[in-house]
Design a binder for this molecule. Structure first.
Ligand code: NAI
Length: 452
């Protein structure tokens, strides 16, 4: 029996961050990861897609350079080279995580761990061969794509006609006609890459807007931009059937496809880890946690997608830290009210905090300021015909920021500062005294503050 202070199930962003912090805090740690360190984020999510989208962005820049005085006739995308570079990026970052685990003295077990029960001194976990024991347990088993019980989907997956994002990131050939089911974050990012790479992309979304919970106007501007590129959208149409090798059925029509990509959401991965052996409380598929990431079982914590709170890698990092802080008796807790989210489409969309709808639903006294991104000099310099917007939701009493929503280049990098402004709870008068570098697109926030 191998003993440690903490066993972590899953080596994604939550698991490896917790391992690093716990080890730095003096705990001995055993981390189980049956696939690859880095989890979905590094291996088949955030990082590979960003690597591919950057290649697409470069090609878009070359193709549409004429208004900027740039001519690059014959520019094209070498998908094989893009994939090769993507794999290299992933390998580098996964190796970086492995090196970190090593330097922190974390024992990494390259197999999945299953909880077998509670012992007088802690929790027993097996990897199928050996038993391990620890006084604390952190569940970081992540999430997996939702596969809907739509007729033809299971058969389509078997034949390779229907893909999830995992398989889409391994495609060696660009499909001529790609139908993407679900106009959420993954669907839209994938649509941008495959469109630029040469597919005719049709996105089918059952709701009346794309980009899920994104602010309504941001979603509308994003839709307009993506349609202008040539991506086709079927909005308000639910996919109800798939004919493998041929088409998908949406509403009363069929859409021809060479491949179908399913991006209708992800669900926490709670099966297979033996959580039932401890009676860990699971509600609507998610492990229920409090602000210290504690489950209902003393000394059992859950961080990252598995708790279904906000399924983003950066939430997972902070949750992992808050969980470890609690284990170490440090004052800390997780706050979810200023977690930024980004859609890495072209243009990017980013938001943090309240929308008008959520502020109204909470009965907050608020007002809204909306400004064209063209109020920022750098945006005008770099975006011919750009129609980006920035929207602030502010407390109507003192102008304190409650939410920021933006669409336009660099939004992903700017949104962090907006999150800090929300977290700081400073009134608008104080925020106006912050010095922003000029010229930056981020100055749009400063401009907007003066419109309150
Ligand atoms: P999502 O929940 O963002 O979007 C799924 C969409 O599919 C919804 O708009 C839904 O209405 C639609 N849908 C469901 N069933 C349908 C049907 N039968 N026909 C047509 N439309 C249908 O899910 P997605 O894009 O798969 O992303 C999953 C998770 O991954 C999210 O939790 C997201 O936060 C995370 N993620 C975040 C990224 C980022 O922050 N940039 C990037 C990639 C993933």
């Amino acid at each position: 029996m191998d003993k440690s202070d903490l066993i972590i199930l899953g080596g994604g962003p939550a698991g490896y961050t917790a391992a690093e912090r716990a080890s730095a805090g003096g705990l001995s740690v055993t981390l189980f990861e049956g696939r690859s360190l880095g989890g979905v984020c590094l291996n088949e999510g955030c990082i590979p897609t960003k690597s591919m989208l950057y290649s697409a962005k470069l090609l878009d820049g070359a193709r549409h350079g004429t208004p900027y005085g740039v001519r690059a006739e014959g520019a094209s995308l070498d998908h094989a080279a893009v994939m090769k570079r993507k794999n290299k990026v992933v390998k580098t970052l996964v190796a970086g995580v492995a090196a970190k685990m090593k330097s922190h003295g974390v024992t990494v077990v390259p197999r999945n761990g299953t909880v077998v029960g509670k012992t007088p001194s802690g929790f027993a976990v097996t990897d199928g061969e050996r038993e391990y024991e620890a006084s604390r347990l952190l569940i970081c088993t992540g999430s997996e794509p939702i596969i809907p019980p739509i007729p033809g989907v299971a058969e389509g997956i078997e034949s390779g006609f229907v893909l999830t994002s995992r398989e889409a990131l391994e495609l060696t050939d660009i499909p001529k006609k790609l139908v993407i089911v679900g106009g959420g974050v993954i669907g839209l990012e994938m649509a941008c890459y495959f469109h630029t790479a040469g597919s005719h992309v049709t996105v089918v979304e059952m709701l009346d807007k794309i980009a899920g919970p994104a602010e309504a106007e941001i979603s509308k501007v994003l839709l307009g931009n993506l349609q202008k590129k040539g991506i086709e959208f079927k909005i308000g149409r639910k996919v109800t059937g798939v004919t493998p090798g041929k088409s998908v059925t949406a509403g009363d029509g069929a859409i021809d496809a060479d491949k179908v990509l399913l991006t209708i959401g992800r669900k926490p991965r709670t099966a297979g880890a033996g959580l039932e052996a401890l009676d860990v409380f699971i509600e609507r598929g998610s492990v229920v946690t409090d602000r210290h990431l504690r489950t209902n079982v003393p000394d059992v914590y859950a961080a990252g997608d598995v708790n279904g709170r906000i399924m983003l890698a950066h939430t997972a990092y902070r949750e992992a830290e808050a969980a470890v802080s609690h284990m170490l008796g440090r004052a800390d807790s997780m706050r979810y009210d200023a977690v930024p989210s980004v859609i890495y489409t072209s243009p990017e969309a980013a938001c943090v905090g309240e929308t008008e709808e959520s502020a109204a639903a909470r009965g907050l006294p608020f007002k809204t300021v909306k400004l064209s991104m063209r109020y920022a000099g750098r945006y005008v310099a770099e975006n011919e015909g750009g129609d980006g917007i920035c929207k602030l939701v502010v407390d109507e009493r003192d102008g304190r920021l409650l939410g920021v929503h933006m669409i336009g280049g660099y939004a992903s990098e700017i949104i962090f500062s907006a999150g800090m402004m929300i977290e700081s709870r400073l009134p608008a008068d104080a925020l106006k005294k912050l010095v922003f570098p000029h010229p930056t697109v981020g100055e749009i926030i400063r401009e907007s503050l003066f419109e309150i």
